[in-house]
Design a protein around this ligand. Structure first.
Ligand SMILES: Cc1ncc(COP(=O)(O)O)c(C=O)c1O
Length: 431
């Protein structure tokens, strides 16, 4: 691409229609061509500036084209790009050592790959190797990837494209308190959704599942945030049946919730943790990490050509250093609270906002009609106009009716005030 002469959105849409498989949808009625990123800001082909409140789905935690991280990556690109990880290079072992430091509990040994899907597929393989079992439990409305197995443990109809998903997979109710799948209310429910896991193990499995896979906060499902205590109860039940807990931190990891990993908000140490997206801040890298006891059972040959590539691993090292040196976790908490408070004020004015949830800078506002049915079209109108006014905000939710804020963690107080004020104007005008 010529940076001076971008081809523009119409030409991209034409080529996309002709040369890209139609499963890949695009967002917005009038999409823009993005040509440049600078920390929390994006620029389109006309030079218009946007505040990015979605970070490419929780990827750009350290900001677009972060100069400190990119300086390291560029230096690496210019010295050694790739030899395959069956030869010795040093970045991937240094990154694995750092991950052992920043992941909770006894998580210690890592396998590197390139996408979140691959990390989850690998984590489930490791769970099967360690336990000698092959049944899995997943949460309704979870999303874990696009391969046969990861799609089969995905609990959102829209992303279950495979007409013949794998067998041996069972779904437990998710902790969606705003629309409790069991029709109960927290805290009187005594975590009935977590307790249901035991019934599912007893009645729907052989009684010996390998593992449960879950996102600590379900991103694609609409920032579904379980109550405190949920994962502790889940872990207790799994331990009773010698089943592992695989926590998918692909969307939630690397400072977004004010902790390095979202599961730390629930005081639980998973048996296997998967990560991707923000680990590379735009570089393709993913990983799964386990305790030595579990990891050391993975002894048959396993390698990913690009996994632990010197360039991607250097990006990962840069990301961890940047998060720590620039206090991104603290900023995620402070700005996340500011955003939450502002959304609560907007909710008082606009009852179409039915629920606000999340932790830190992973926040969702669910748009509903007075009868609580999803107000997806109204949300689309708001998001389109926010884009026209220079704000990129995400959308997720099973009903595609959740406004999703997952911005770069470098976002400022002024940025949050700007997005809230503009949201107030736009909602007043378009709804
Ligand atoms: C929670 C979660 N897990 C896994 C994936 C799959 O990751 P990837 O698209 O990198 O394969 C995603 C993608 O959005 C995700 O949000």
């Amino acid at each position: 691409m010529s940076l001076e002469k971008p081809i523009g959105p119409e030409a991209i849409l034409e080529k996309k229609k002709k040369y890209i498989m139609p499963c890949l949808a695009h967002f917005y009625k009038e999409p823009k061509q993005f040509v440049k990123g600078e920390m929390q800001y994006l620029f389109d082909s006309t030079g218009k500036k946007y505040l990015d409140c979605f970070a490419g789905v929780s990827v750009i935690n350290c900001g677009h084209c972060n100069p400190e991280i990119n300086a390291k990556v560029v230096q690496q690109v210019q010295s050694l790009q790739h030899v395959c990880n069956t030869y010795l290079t040093e970045n991937f072992v240094n990154l694995a050592e750092k991950l052992a430091e920043v992941t909770p509990g006894d998580l210690q040994k890592t396998f590197f790959c390139s996408t979140g899907t691959e990390a989850n597929e690998g984590a489930m393989l490791l769970a099967s190797i360690y336990t000698g079992k092959d049944e899995f439990i997943a949460l309704r409305n979870g999303l874990h990837g696009r391969t046969k197995l990861t799609m089969s443990v995905t609990g959102i109809q829209m992303w279950r494209t495979d007409p013949h998903p794998c067998g041996g997979i069972h779904f437990a109710p998710n902790a969606y308190c705003y629309r409790c799948p069991l029709g109960k209310k927290y805290p009187e429910c005594d975590l009935a959704c977590a307790n249901a896991l035991e019934d599912i193990i007893k009645t729907s499995t052989s009684g010996q599942p390998a593992a449960l896979i879950a996102e600590p906060i379900q991103g694609n499902a609409g920032i579904i945030t379980p109550p405190k205590g949920y994962f502790k109860r889940v872990k207790e039940i799994l331990e009773k049946y010698n089943a592992l807990l695989i926590i998918d931190e692909v969307q939630t990891g690397f400072g977004r919730t004010g902790k390095m990993f979202a599961i730390e908000n629930f005081d639980v140490v998973p048996d296997i943790m998967t990560m991707a997206k923000a680990l590379g801040n735009g570089a393709p890298i993913s990983a799964f990490t386990a305790s030595a006891k579990i990891a050391d059972t993975y002894t048959k040959p396993g390698a990913s050509t690009l996994g632990g590539n010197p360039v991607s691993s250097m990006a990962g090292l840069g990301v961890l250093q940047y998060i720590q040196e620039h206090n991104l976790r603290e900023n995620a908490l402070a700005r996340g609270q500011q955003l939450y408070d502002g959304l609560v004020d907007l909710q008082k004015k606009y009852p179409i906002i039915g629920d606000i949830r999340g932790i830190g800078l992973m926040r969702g506002a669910e748009f509903v009609h007075p009868d609580k049915s999803p107000a997806a079209e109204e949300l689309d109108k708001v998001l389109e106009e926010m884009k026209n006014r220079g704000f990129i905000i995400g959308k997720n939710g099973v009903g595609r009716n959740v406004m999703a804020f997952q911005p770069p963690l470098v976002i400022t107080e002024e940025d949050i005030n700007n997005v809230l004020n503009t949201l107030d104007d736009v909602m007043g005008e378009v709804l």
